[in-house]
Design a protein around this ligand. Structure first.
Ligand code: ASP
Length: 582
C-alpha cells in the first residue's frame, strides 16, 4: 500500500498513529541533527522529521533528497512543538521510521511555489510541473466543480447529454474552419466543428427536446490575447420554447453554479437591450459593476461654440467621474495618452471640471464660457468636485474609445472589484451586421437565428435589413461575454430567405446546408438554445478574471502553439503522400 493517508488530512487527533504517506518533496532542510522535509501531494503538505540521533542512516538518506523527488514514508504522527497555523496539517509532523525513494527528479526549471520564478514560455513547456503549483491546480479542480454543477443542474431539468461528431463538413460560421484531410477520399477534407450548432438543431428535429453537451469547439481565428483555437462550450438546445423560457432556465443554471462553487447567491439577472447597451456603455457587454453611463452630447451646447473639433464631429459623448475634479495635469495627460493609443484611436480628450465652489474649468475654456460649461455639466447632473471627460469624432470609433476610457476609469477608481458580480442579459440583438469592407450583411450571431416575428417580412422583402432585430441574447458578467444564443429559424422557406439575405445563391445554400434545409421539411419543432464559453465561465466564477489559459490544463500560447508538444509541426513525407498533400 502506497499510502494510508494523504498529505492534507492528518491533524492533532491522529497523534500516535503509524501512517504511510507518499508524495513529492517540496523542500528539505538539514538543521544539523534534524532534517525536515515538506511532503506535498494534491491535498496539501505534511512535515516529516528525520532525527539523526535516533536513526542516523535514515536522516542521512533524507539529506540526499532533492526537490520534487517522489518518496514514500512510514512514521508516527507527533504533535509539533512549534505549530504552523497557516498549514491545515500544521499542528503535527511525522516522525519518520522508514523512507523509500520511489523516483528521483531532475531539478525543476522553475520553483514549484504559489509565486514561481518561471516565465510564461518555460511554464508552458513544462506545463505538467506548472500544474503542480497550487494556483493552477486549484483552478482545474474548481473547473471540475463548475462542470459538475452544470451537469447536476441540467440533468435535473431533463437535459440529455448527447455527443456530436468532430469530423464534419466545412460550413464556416464566422471564423475559419480547421480542416482535416481525408486519406480515403483523396483531395477532400473534413472540418472540425466551430460549434455543434446544426447538430443540436437536428437533435431537436429528432425530438430530443432538451440537449446539452460540454464540448470542444475549434475556430481558426486570428490571434488575439488569450484566444484559444480549441475551447470548450456548454452547448444547449431546447424545443417548444420561447426566449423567455431559455433566459429563465439558464439564469437558474448560472445561479446554481455560483451557489455550489462559490457559495454565492446571485440576485435576479437584469436585462438590457442591445440598443441601450450601445447607447449607455458603448458596447454590447457592459461591465455593470459601476455606473458612469454615457451622455450623448451631439447636437447640444457642444455645437454652439465654434469649436472645430466638436463642430466637425459626427458624435460627441461624455462620462462623469465623481469626485475626480482634483485630477492633476499629469493624470489628465495620462488619460489623453490612453485614448490616443493606436488601439483606441481618439485624437484627443476634452475635460470639464466642476470645482469645489461650483464654478467650472475646462480644457476648452477658450470656446466655452462658464454658462455653456454649466449647461453641459447639467446634462450629467454634475456636483462640485466632479470631472467630465468628452470624446468627439466618427460615431462607432468614438463610442468604442469612450467604452475603453470608461473601463480604464473604472480600474483607476477601483470600481471593478473582484468580489463583485454583476450579471446581465443583453437582448434584442440586430439580426444582421453590415460589413463596410465587403459591402454586405453578415449574420450577427449566426445564420440560424430567427428574426423577431414582427420583422420577418422585412427580411423576406429585403428591406430595413439593418433594423431587423433577432430573438438573440447574450449573458454578460462584469463586462465579459459568458454565453449567447437565440431562437432559431425552423422553416425551410425562412431559412432560405436568410441564406439569400446573406448573399448565398440557392446552389451554395443547398451545397453547404442542404441537410438542415431538408430536415426542416420533416416536422421541425420551434426551438432555440444557448452556448456558454465554459473556459471563460470558469475563469469568472472561480477567479472573477478574464484569463482562460489559467483554467485549461494544456492550453496553447498566443501564437496558437502547444509549447510542450511543439505543435503544429511538419508531418513525414509518407503521411503527406497518403493524404494526397504535397
Ligand atoms: N452555436 C452558437 C455559438 O457557438 C451558440 C448558440 O447559438 O447556441 O456561438
Amino acid at each position: 500500500m502506497f499510502r494510508t493517508h494523504t498529505c492534507g488530512e492528518l491533524s492533532i487527533k491522529d497523534t500516535g498513529k503509524t501512517v504511510t504517506l507518499s508524495g513529492w518533496v517540496q523542500r528539505a532542510r538539514d538543521m544539523g541533527g534534524m532534517t525536515f522535509v515538506d511532503l506535498r501531494d494534491r491535498y496539501g503538505i505534511t512535515q516529516l522529521v528525520f532525527n539523526a540521533e535516533t536513526n542516523a542512516s535514515l536522516a542521512e538518506k533524507a539529506n540526499t533528497l532533492g526537490r520534487e523527488y517522489v518518496i514514500q514514508v512510514i512514521g508516527t504522527v507527533t504533535e509539533r512543538s512549534s505549530k504552523n497555523p497557516k498549514l491545515a496539517t500544521g499542528d503535527i509532523e511525522i516522525t519518520a521510521t522508514s523512507l523509500e525513494v520511489l523516483n528521483a527528479s531532475a531539478t525543476p526549471p522553475f520553483t514549484i511555489e504559489d509565486n514561481t520564478d518561471g516565465g510564461e514560455d518555460l511554464r508552458m513547456k513544462y506545463r505538467y510541473l506548472d500544474l503542480r503549483r497550487n494556483p493552477l491546480k486549484n483552478n482545474l479542480l474548481n473547473r471540475h466543480r463548475v462542470g459538475k454543477a452544470v451537469r447536476e443542474y441540467l440533468d435535473g431539468k431533463g437535459f440529455a447529454d448527447i455527443e456530436t461528431p468532430f469530423l464534419i463538413k466545412s460550413t464556416p460560421e464566422g471564423a475559419r474552419d480547421f480542416v482535416v484531410p481525408s486519406r480515403l477520399n483523396e483531395g477532400q477534407f473534413y472540418a472540425l466543428p466551430q460549434s455543434p450548432q446544426t447538430f443540436k438543431q437536428l437533435l431537436m428535429v429528432s425530438g430530443f427536446d432538451r440537449y446539452y453537451q460540454i464540448v470542444r469547439c475549434f475556430r481558426d481565428e486570428d490571434l488575439r490575447a488569450d484566444r484559444q483555437p480549441e475551447f470548450t462550450q456548454i452547448d444547449c438546445e431546447m424545443a417548444f420554447v420561447e426566449q423567455e423560457d431559455i433566459l429563465n432556465l439558464f439564469e437558474g443554471m448560472v445561479k446554481h453554479v455560483f451557489k455550489s462553487v462559490r457559495g454565492l447567491e446571485l440576485p435576479e439577472i437584469p436585462r438590457m437591450t442591445y440598443d441601450d447597451a450601445m447607447m449607455y456603455y458603448g458596447n454590447d457587454k457592459p461591465d455593470l459593476r459601476f455606473g458612469m453611463r454615457f451622455v450623448d452630447l451631439t447636437n447640444t451646447e457642444t455645437k454652439q461654440a465654434s469649436f472645430k473639433v466638436f463642430d466637425d464631429a459626427a458624435f460627441i459623448v461624455g462620462i462623469k467621474a465623481d469626485g475626480c475634479a482634483d485630477y492633476t495635469r499629469k493624470q489628465l495627460d495620462e488619460l489623453t495618452d490612453f485614448v490616443k493609443r493606436p488601439q483606441i484611436g481618439a485624437t484627443g480628450l476634452v475635460y470639464i471640471r466642476c470645482n469645489a465652489d461650483g464654478t467650472y474649468k475646462s480644457s476648452v475654456d477658450k470656446f466655452f464660457n462658464e454658462e455653456a460649461l454649466k449647461a453641459i455639466g447639467a446634462r450629467f447632473d454634475t456636483k462640485p468636485n466632479d470631472l467630465i471627460l468628452i470624446l468627439a469624432g466618427a460615431e462607432n470609433k468614438t463610442r468604442k474609445a469612450m467604452s475603453e476610457l470608461r473601463l480604464e476609469m473604472g480600474n483607476r477608481l477601483g470600481l471593478r472589484s473582484k468580489d463583485d458580480f454583476k450579471p446581465l442579459w443583453v437582448v434584442d440583438f440586430p439580426l444582421l451586421e453590415f460589413n463596410e469592407e465587403d459591402q454586405r450583411y453578415y449574420a450577427m450571431h449566426h445564420p440560424f437565428t430567427s428574426p423577431k416575428p414582427e420583422h420577418v417580412q422585412w427580411m423576406i422583402d429585403g428591406v430595413n435589413l439593418g433594423q431587423i432585430k433577432a430573438n438573440a441574447y447574450d449573458l454578460v458578467i462584469n463586462g465579459v461575454e459568458i454565453g449567447g444564443g437565440s431562437i432559431r429559424i425552423h422553416s425551410r422557406s425562412l431559412q432560405e430567405a436568410m441564406f439569400k439575405t446573406l448573399g448565398l445563391t440557392q446552389e451554395e445554400a443547398e451545397y453547404k446546408f442542404g441537410f438542415i434545409l431538408n430536415a426542416f421539411e420533416y416536422g421541425a419543432p420551434p426551438h432555440g438554445g444557448i452556448a456558454f464559453g465554459f473556459d471563460r465561465f470558469c475563469s469568472i466564477v472561480i477567479a472573477n478574471e478574464d484569463y482562460i489559459r489559467e483554467f485549461i490544463a494544456f492550453p496553447k500560447n498566443n501564437a496558437g502553439r502547444d509549447m510542450m508538444l511543439d505543435a503544429p509541426s511538419d508531418i513525414d513525407a509518407k503521411q503527406k503522400q497518403e493524404l494526397g498533400l504535397k
